[in-house]
Design a protein around this ligand. Sequence first.
Ligand code: COA
Length: 244
Amino acid sequence: MPTEISLLTEADIPAAVSAVQEAFADDPYYNWVFDTAKFDKRRNTASVGIRCRSGIRQGLYYIAKDGETGKTLGVSMWLPPRPTDRPQSWSSWLDDWRVWLEQVGMNLWYGRGGLNLKRYWIWRKAQAQAHEEIWTDPRGYYFLNIMVVTSEARGRGIGRRLVAAVTDRADREGMPCYLESSKAAPNIQIYERLGFRLAGDIVCEDEDEDGGGESSVKLYCMIRDPQPQVSSLARGKEEDLHQA
Ligand SMILES: CC(C)(COP(=O)(O)OP(=O)(O)OC[C@H]1O[C@@H](n2cnc3c(N)ncnc32)[C@H](O)[C@@H]1OP(=O)(O)O)[C@@H](O)C(=O)NCCC(=O)NCCS
């Protein structure tokens, strides 16, 4: 059955959110930063929806669908490179504020929905420190922020095509890519097949047992250096995108 890769649209958001929620139910980072007993699915739906809309505005959010049934098979959301040698663009700055305001509204409406704020800030601090050490390219990195293929569609090359939607462009531009995953197996191996290499890790430790579950979590940081050639698979993907 053919799989089509296209840019995410507003109409795709509910299916994209469901795919993300299903895939991250057993994600070590999510289960560390959220108190699963207090997890509020409605708040999470609003939160992922805000990120989807921001991804649509940035033009780097892709969806894979079954070409016959239209069923959603996966999504990949990328953040554009942020050069460190130039000030942030006005549009990106305004979008950050828009997302922040939408998140404030969501928190006022739904509350924290099980999010452990202390752990969230432990992660943010550790992540900023890791980026300082790992992100050595002043031009910035295409950042694979959300990557999901639904469980029944895995292992069929859909993840490869969702990644190629941006890595092909990064290769043409000579730009590096970056991702973080808290699932070591099988993800490190999968991403190595897609051209990424392990570049470091982010260790988040919370001494406080009140948070529940594991007290610490590790995220693996991977970088993909630009590669010179465009694969035949990627060319197929580009044709799909034009058809979409
Ligand atoms: C990670 C994920 C997106 C990969 O998607 P996928 O569609 O299954 O991946 P593909 O079928 O395109 O496989 C990509 C490559 O990894 C290899 N691969 C796939 N599954 C593998 C596994 N379990 N172990 C080792 N290698 C594997 C494939 O052989 C392929 O390499 P090749 O083309 O050189 O043969 C998917 O497993 C997933 O959604 N996982 C749950 C959510 C998650 O952890 N997301 C990532 C958060 S950073």
